[in-house]
Ligand binder design. Structure first.
Ligand code: GLU
Length: 424
C-alpha cells in the first residue's frame, strides 16, 4: 500500500461509522421508527477476548480477538473470521452489521456476525496458527454453535482453520458438530463449490449488471484489487468469460499488463511465492494506482475503505463489483453515483460465499450432500433473484444500488423484528 494512503488502522476506525451512515440513508427512506432504528443500528453482542498461545520457541504471547453478533432476528448469527494485524473491534462491528444485511438481501435465514484475531498469520508457523485458532475457538465457544453463531472463512482464514474450529468445538462437546462452522474441507462436511462461491456469486451478478448496462464481458478490461479467497477465483471466472484481467494486487504489491494477465498462472505463482509480485510478463505498479487505471470493470476484493472521497473521481471503470466488504466510503458512493458508475454493492455482490455457507449448514444438519452442479445452480438462482430485487428497489426509490440493497435488507430485518415483537 502506498504511503500517501491512510493506514488500514486509521481506515478501520471509521468502518462502523460507514456502516451506520449507510444504514441511516436507508432508514430515512423507509421512514423507520426511532425504536427500530436504535435496535438495528447497533450490535447485539460484542465479545472481546485476550488469550495466550504457546509459540514454537517456548514463549507465550497474548493475542486479542473479537466475535460480534449484530442481529439474530431472522436466524442464527453468521459470518466470517479474519486474521489480520490491523483488525479492530470497530471494524468487526461494521462487518457483522453488513452480514445481517447480506443474509437478508439474498433471503437466507441468518443474522449477522463477524470475528477477528489481531495477528499476522504469515508470520506464524502452521502449528502456532493451529494453537491460536483452537484457543480462540475455545474462547468464543460460549457464544458460537450450529444454532447460535456459525463462523466461516474471511480474510486470511482457510478451510483448514475452519476444520480446527470444528474439531475444537466437537472435542469439548464429545461428538462431531460439523454445522458449527462453514467453509470446512470436504472431508469433514464441507460443501462442494464453497471455495469459489464468493467469486461465482459475484460473477452471477456481474453478468446481470453487464447485460443491464450493456457492457460486453468479452474483451472487457478488468482490474482486481486483492488476490485472495474472492479475487483469485474471480479472475479465472471472468477470464473464462473472455474478459482481460489487466491488473491485480495483493498485500505485497501489484502487477499490470494491458494485454491481460493469465489468472491460472498467477494463482500458481502466488501459491509458490506467496505474492503476485514479480509474475512473469507483467510490470510492477503502485497498488493504489490500479484503482484508477483505464478499465471497464473494477473489482475491489481486499479490505474496507479503498474507494474514498479522495480517489472516487479518478476511477474510470463503468462497473464496480464489490467482492470485498465495505471497500467504498459514503463520500465515494456519492461521487460515483453522480458520475454514473454502476456499483454492485458488497452485500449483494459478495453474498455468494454466505449463500453456499447456508447450503453447507443445511447439508450438515441433514447429513445429506449435494453435487457441485446443484450447489452452483441454486446459488445462481438466488444471486439473480437478489440482483433483480435490488434493481427493482433502486428504480422504485430512485436510489443507487447500495442504498437499494440496504433498503431491501433493512426492511426484511425490520419486518422480522416487528413480527417477533419486543421482549419482555
Ligand atoms: N466471510 C464471508 C463474507 O464476508 C463469508 C461469510 C460466511 O460464509 O458466513 O460474506
Amino acid at each position: 500500500m502506498s504511503m500517501s494512503q491512510p493506514s488500514p488502522a486509521q481506515l478501520a476506525d471509521s468502518a462502523f461509522n460507514t456502516a451506520q451512515k449507510q444504514f441511516d440513508i436507508a432508514a430515512d427512506l423507509l421512514q423507520l421508527d426511532g425504536n427500530l432504528r436504535d435496535i438495528l443500528r447497533n450490535c447485539k453482542r460484542e465479545l472481546t477476548v485476550h488469550f495466550p498461545v504457546k509459540m514454537d520457541d517456548g514463549s507465550v504471547r497474548v493475542f486479542e480477538g473479537f466475535r460480534v453478533q449484530h442481529n439474530i432476528a431472522r436466524g442464527p448469527a453468521k459470518g466470517g473470521l479474519r486474521f489480520h494485524p490491523m483488525v479492530t473491534l470497530d471494524e468487526v462491528k461494521a462487518l457483522a452489521m453488513w452480514m445481517t444485511w447480506k443474509c437478508a438481501v439474498v433471503g437466507i435465514p441468518f443474522g449477522g456476525a463477524k470475528g477477528g484475531v489481531v495477528c499476522d498469520p504469515k508470520k506464524l508457523s502452521l502449528s502456532e496458527l493451529e494453537r491460536l485458532t483452537r484457543r480462540f475457538a475455545t474462547e468464543i465457544s460460549i457464544i458460537i454453535g450450529p444454532d447460535r453463531d456459525i463462523p466461516a472463512p474471511d480474510v486470511n482464514t482457510s478451510p483448514q482453520v475452519m476444520g480446527w474450529i470444528m474439531d475444537t468445538y466437537s472435542m469439548a462437546i464429545g461428538h462431531s458438530v460439523p454445522a458449527v462452522v462453514t467453509g470446512k474441507p470436504l472431508s469433514i462436511g464441507g460443501s462442494e463449490g464453497r471455495l469459489e462461491a464468493t467469486a461465482r456469486g459475484a460473477v452471477d451478478v456481474i453478468v446481470e449488471a453487464a447485460k443491464y448496462r450493456q457492457i460486453p464481458l468479452k474483451g472487457a478490461r478488468v482490474v482486481i484489487q486483492g488476490f485472495g479467497n474472492a479475487g483469485s477465483p474471480l479472475a479465472s471466472f471472468l477470464h473464462q468469460l473472455g474478459s482481460q484481467i489487466i491488473a491485480v494486487s495483493d498485500s505485497s504489491g501489484a502487477v499490470h499488463n494491458p494485454r491481460g494477465l493469465d489468472p491460472s498462472g498467477l494463482r500458481m505463482y502466488k501459491r509458490e511465492t506467496g505474492s503476485v509480485v514479480g509474475f512473469p510478463n507483467s510490470e510492477p505498479i503502485d497498488p493504489m494506482r490500479i484503482l484508477d487505471l483505464p478499465c471497464d470493470i473494477l473489482v475491489p476484493a481486499a479490505l474496507e475503505s479503498q474507494i474514498t472521497g479522495r480517489n472516487a473521481d479518478r476511477i474510470q471503470a463503468k462497473l464496480i463489483a464489490e467482492a470485498a466488504n465495505g471497500p467504498t466510503t459514503p463520500e465515494a458512493d456519492e461521487i460515483l453515483t453522480e458520475r454514473g458508475v454502476f456499483l454492485l454493492p458488497d452485500i449483494l455482490c459478495n453474498a455468494g460465499g454466505v449463500t453456499v455457507s447456508y447450503f453447507e449448514w443445511v447439508q450438515d444438519l441433514q447429513s445429506f450432500f449435494w453435487d457441485e452442479g446443484e450447489v452452483n445452480e441454486r446459488l445462481e438462482r438466488i444471486m439473480i433473484r437478489a440482483f433483480r430485487s435490488v434493481l427493482q428497489t433502486a428504480e422504485q426509490y430512485k436510489v443507487n444500488m447500495r442504498t437499494a440493497a440496504q433498503v431491501l435488507a433493512i426492511s426484511r430485518v425490520a419486518e422480522a423484528t416487528r413480527t417477533r415483537g419486543l421482549f419482555p
